[in-house]
Ligand binder design. Structure first.
Ligand code: FPP
Length: 246
């Protein structure tokens, strides 16, 4: 029985988020520069996006560049930015053919102008696509996102647009970058590290966590299937007891 056929289409995670980790180590193992790892990482991005869309996953969010990644050597940051532009240019037709909408979360104003323009162009062109939303987290940091949220809500309270008493979880959801996305159901991190690294801290409150000891450029659609099969075997209790769920 193939892995794909073991997946129940009625119980798919509605939102999968992935921390794509291990490009650098993958390159090092091969005696190559880190950029080689990132380039090969784009193949895994392509495979994963295609596989998720084919399965019927509605939302896929990829951690492509964190606020902390700006601290990397200048050359590596430039390589990643160039890769982003070339991938966006290359993949626009695939996104269109597969009816996939591109979106982005993060401090997008911090991106180089060329990356920002290319990104917005693809976001605009794919705006009406409905099969799956692919969200790239770029210059993204969850603490920064939460800080901005607190600031925006405070200003609204100060200006009497909303009252402090009326603030609830939905108020916060509406002010996050992810305001149009459901909570994360399944969070995958590659490379064997067991960390969240400032990714979607609010949105993963009830996510199932899946850590896999494979470096991102080696991650295939079969690995995605395995993660979903594992997810489908878990009992998600959301604080209730097993008996209450029956
Ligand atoms: C983590 O590996 C990977 C990144 C910081 C960047 C991810 C980027 C890509 C997969 C390529 C471009 C992306 C898109 C969406 C087209 P690492 O460098 O932290 O690896 P290490 O932990 O082994 O050093």
């Amino acid at each position: 029985m193939s892995l794909k056929s073991q997946i129940h289409s009625t119980y798919l995670p509605q939102h999968i988020a992935i921390i794509m980790d291990g490009n650098g180590r993958w390159a090092k193992q091969k005696g190559m520069v880190r950029a080689f790892g990132h380039e090969n990482g784009t193949k895994s991005v392509r495979d994963t996006v295609e596989a998720a869309a084919e399965l019927g996953v509605k939302n896929l969010t990829l951690y492509a560049f964190s606020t902390e990644n700006w601290k990397r050597p200048k050359l590596e940051v430039q390589t990643l930015m160039k890769l982003l532009v070339s991938s966006l240019k290359k993949e626009i037709s695939t996104l269109q053919e597969n009816n996939i909408k591109l979106s982005a979360i993060g401090n997008l104003n911090a991106l180089p102008k060329k990356v920002y323009q290319e990104l917005i162009e693809v976001i605009d062109k794919t705006e009406s696509n409905t099969r799956m939303t692919l969200t790239l987290a770029l210059s993204y940091g969850s603490r920064e996102e939460l800080l901005n949220t607190v600031k925006e809500i405070s200003i609204k309270v100060k200006n009497n647009i909303i009252s402090a008493d009326s603030i609830d979880e939905s108020t916060i959801n509406k002010h996050l970058y992810t305001q149009n996305l459901p909570d994360v159901d399944l969070l995958i991190r590659t490379s064997g590290e067991h960390r969240i690294s400032n990714f979607l801290l609010w949105q993963i409150a009830y996510a199932e966590l899946y850590f896999i000891n494979i470096l991102w450029p080696d991650f295939t659609r079969e690995n995605l299937y395995e993660a979903i099969i594992d997810y489908q075997k878990r009992e998600r209790r959301f604080g209730k007891t097993s008996e209450q769920l029956k």
